[in-house]
Design a protein around this ligand. Structure first.
Ligand SMILES: Cc1cc2nc3c(=O)[nH]c(=O)nc-3n(C[C@H](O)[C@H](O)[C@H](O)COP(=O)(O)OP(=O)(O)OC[C@H]3O[C@@H](n4cnc5c(N)ncnc54)[C@H](O)[C@@H]3O)c2cc1C
Length: 422
């Protein structure tokens, strides 16, 4: 007998980060009755929950930059524009990469608006903790909130959990990290207020201050050269420096990393106040809330996107989106990021096959969990690209509900109707 709180729909999306929001809107726009589940009190994933406040991957790195993500991603940018928080891409000081700067509260409300405008059924404060799998298909998922457990039945599912949690719960194939089983470093974002307006906080000046801090015995500092940006609106400074080696799947490791990184944040603040001009009256506005986790599980898909695909800007017949962010690896905590460019600063295609979880018939991945090797992952993981893979996963799942199979040509046609750039 169905319990009162149990639900039923066509498509369930697990995870409400960039990929999940795009997936849910893509599925709903294709006519599917769609539920979007997120355990946090807001959507946005790493952007809003770890203060990763720069969308990368919407544009190529060429001169001029070319926009390569449209569709649902563009709807989000339009909503940010409406509230005066997006007026085009910017170049990062030091690396020159092309980014979209974000304000956290504007991002939360822009995503809420997009979800409300597009007929998605959102469920916040819900965690997915189990699955019912029969004959290679997920029949239902088990969820929990403070009232207890309930189930949601659906025809198709999307894993946009960042950690491939749904895939793992369903017995889908996945790998952890790189070929050695290690992960890219995690980083706790540090948001600093009270910085004088004229201080441009160039990463090289910041590095000098951190070196001085280390020489003068400020404990616990790791990275010296990282991204430092001024946020839109508040003009607070966001510093991406406090690295930790962490296993994002393990609460013991996460606890250690959160506490150690918070200590680092206070250390960085001390170094900046003492040694960085313009930061004399600086204060800590916020860390995290959660340490940013770059990498945990990757699904094993019908195709594994490779280093060579990204490096050589390779095209695929079943392309459902474009990636344009250089491969940016954070393999060792504290070490400088390692960059590799895409040929001619252009873009590579992302094949639909890299979204399909190989051994579960009605499950697609989106965002940072899609099937790729460690180098390709270093590019594909960014949020602009996550909007693209999410949008495609949503359209695919909805078409699967209608026809019982997936035809890449139909998926591409529908994505074009929905203004995706493919
Ligand atoms: C420190 C750091 C800096 C970065 N810098 C940038 C940058 O500058 N620009 C950029 O574009 N990208 C950056 N990235 C990468 C980017 O943030 C992520 O790869 C991106 O957020 C992936 O999007 P996603 O939607 O796949 O996953 P996420 O953003 O991780 O979202 C996944 C969501 O799923 C939810 N979830 C997980 N499991 C469950 C469950 N069982 N039930 C319910 N909900 C669940 C989570 O709460 C989360 O909200 C950075 C990452 C880190 C860690």
């Amino acid at each position: 007998m169905t319990k009162q709180r149990d639900m039923k729909c066509d498509v369930v999306v697990v995870g409400g980060g960039s990929a999940g929001v795009a997936a849910a809107i893509g599925a709903a726009q294709t006519g599917a009755d769609t539920i979007l589940i997120e355990k946090n009190p807001y959507f946005g994933g790493a952007a809003t929950h770890s203060s990763v406040l720069t969308y990368c991957g919407f544009f190529t790195q060429g001169n001029p930059p070319e926009q390569i993500v449209g569709g649902v991603g563009q709807k989000v940018l339009n909503n940010l524009s409406k509230i005066g928080m997006y007026d085009g891409p910017k170049r990062t000081p030091h690396t020159g990469t092309v980014i979209v700067l974000l304000d956290p509260e504007a991002t939360k409300i822009a995503l809420d608006n997009c979800i409300a405008e597009n007929n998605v059924k959102p469920l916040l404060h819900v965690q997915v903790i189990g699955t019912n799998v029969e004959d290679g298909k997920i029949k239902a998922i088990e969820c929990v909130d403070h009232s207890g457990r309930f189930t949601i039945e659906a025809e198709a599912f999307i894993d946009a959990s960042g950690e491939a949690n749904l895939t793992a719960l369903a017995g889908g194939e996945y790998i952890c990290g790189n070929e050695k089983g290690t992960f890219q470093a995690g980083t706790l974002m540090i948001r600093i207020g009270g910085v004088r307006e004229e201080s441009n906080a160039h990463p090289l000046e910041v590095q000098k201050a951190i070196k001085l801090g280390k020489e003068h015995g400020i404990a616990a500092l790791t990275k010296e050269l990282g991204t430092i940006v001024r946020m839109p609106g508040s003009k607070d400074v966001l510093a991406i420096l406090a690295d930790e080696g962490v296993n994002g799947l393990d609460s013991v490791s996460m606890t250690k990393a959160e506490m150690s990184a918070r200590k680092q944040a206070w250390g960085y603040l001390e170094a900046f106040k003492k040694y960085l001009p313009g930061f004399e009256n600086a204060y800590l506005v916020q860390t995290g809330p959660q340490i940013g986790i770059r990498e945990t599980r990757h699904i094993v898909g019908d195709y594994i996107l490779t280093h060579s695909d990204v490096l050589n800007a390779r095209r695929h017949n079943d392309s459902i989106g474009r990636g344009g962010w250089p491969m940016e690896s954070h393999s060792e905590p504290g070490a400088p990021n390692v960059w590799q460019s895409i040929a001619n600063n252009s873009y590579y295609d992302i094949p639909l096959r890299s979204l399909k979880v190989r051994n579960i018939n009605n499950l697609w991945a989106a965002g940072r969990t899609i099937a790729c090797d460690p180098d390709a992952f270093a590019s594909v993981r960014v949020m602009g690209t996550a909007f693209a893979t999410g949008h495609a996963a949503g359209v695919t799942a909805a078409l699967y509900c209608q026809h019982g199979f997936v035809d890449p040509v139909s998926v591409r046609n529908e994505l074009l109707i929905q203004d995706a750039i493919i």
